[in-house]
Design a protein around this ligand. Structure first.
Ligand code: TRP
Length: 326
């Protein structure tokens, strides 16, 4: 039986953090056994919010190293840059005609992003990035897209565009479905609901145990629990949220210790740091290898781009034929 195809994508933001791992990567690694996976590095998408492209390539390589270190296998899953496969821009142009401005205006994710960025303008390309994303997915005839909640509206737009194309020109594209990530997003060290590089509240996959310790020392905990002996509420503590993910065996002990006051925050944080550090150890070891073999990483990218190009070219030929633009 042929495997169903998945298209997953991420913007190249450089070294990844544990929020990326929990919210996406871990899931991708598991999915590669049951599906045919295409992993897109959305380097054009970077332009939607940042015109400075000087670090995009370096960020791409850093991100790719994290992907590989976390367990993505290039033999199973091609990894490639959007910018290297020209068919993305071609399909984007055609898809731009298949959706109304009104429909794009109703996309809540783009609205939220504009609000969060605190900008009072939106470029044509930024406004239209869900269309480019639809091209990313459909160029490979992706049937599933692993995403968090915030990306679901984009997948819906991809479905609508696929339907519109198929009705107009004949059946070419599947209607992709979101595969929701099981874990909710990981909070930042500062208590922010989102772990994010721009907020400076991350633990990187590449951080060593000393850095993890020093970052955890500053992590925000239950503000009512000031010293050992005070009773704490683990449910509002981000350190406890990390324990749940990275220290599952200690969760009960930590919970009761925090609630009774027997466990102080400093001890709890050091246990948490040790758990995270141990969890990340195999990733860190692999990372070290790739850092010293950058040419392997580049070869993997090259190889992935050759494979992706072949498929993209095939789809585009089909599209052109259907449209009488052959
Ligand atoms: N829009 C996604 C983000 O901002 C990245 C992305 C681009 C993507 N193309 C994609 C995700 C295709 C899934 C499928 O994170």
């Amino acid at each position: 039986m042929t495997k169903k195809r998945i298209l997953s994508g991420m913007r190249p933001t450089g070294k990844l953090h544990i929020g990326h791992y929990v919210g996406a990567l871990e899931n991708w690694v598991q999915l590669q056994n049951d599906y045919e996976n295409f992993h897109l590095i959305a380097d054009y998408h970077v332009l939607t919010t940042n015109l400075d492209t000087s670090s995009v390539y370096d960020n791409t390589i850093e991100m790719l190293i994290d992907w590989l270190s976390a367990g993505l296998e290039p033999a199973k899953s091609p990894m490639f840059r959007q910018s290297q496969i020209k068919e993305h821009t071609e399909l984007n142009l055609i898809f731009g005609m298949l959706i109304t401005v009104n429909r794009l205006e109703r996309n809540p994710t783009v609205k939220d992003q504009i609000r969060d960025l605190n900008i009072d303008y939106v470029t044509y390309g930024h406004f239209g990035y869900p269309v480019l994303q639809a091209a990313d997915i459909l160029l490979y005839k992706g049937e599933f897209v692993p995403v968090g909640e915030d990306q679901v509206p984009h997948v819906e737009i991809s479905r609508e565009i696929a339907r519109k194309f198929n009705n107009q020109y004949g059946q070419v594209f599947p209607e992709p479905e979101p595969l929701l990530t099981r874990f909710s997003r990981l909070q930042g060290l500062d208590g922010n609901s989102k772990m994010s590089k721009s907020l400076g509240n991350t633990i990187l996959l590449s951080d060593d145990s000393e850095i993890i310790k020093s970052k955890l020392k500053k992590a925000v905990t239950d503000p009512q629990k000031i010293r050992k002996g005070d009773k704490g509420n683990p449910d509002i503590c981000i350190v406890f949220a990390y324990h749940k993910k990275f220290n599952p065996n200690l969760v009960e002990e930590i919970e009761s210790g925090c609630k009774s006051g027997a466990l102080g925050c400093v001890d709890c944080k050091m246990k948490c740091a040790a758990g995270i550090s141990e969890f990340l150890e195999p990733i860190r070891m692999k990372r070290l290898y790739y850092e010293n073999h950058i040419s392997d990483v580049k070869d993997i990218l090259n190889e992935g781009e050759i494979r992706a190009k072949a498929i993209a070219n095939k789809t585009m030929t089909e599209v052109r034929e259907r449209m009488n633009l052959g």
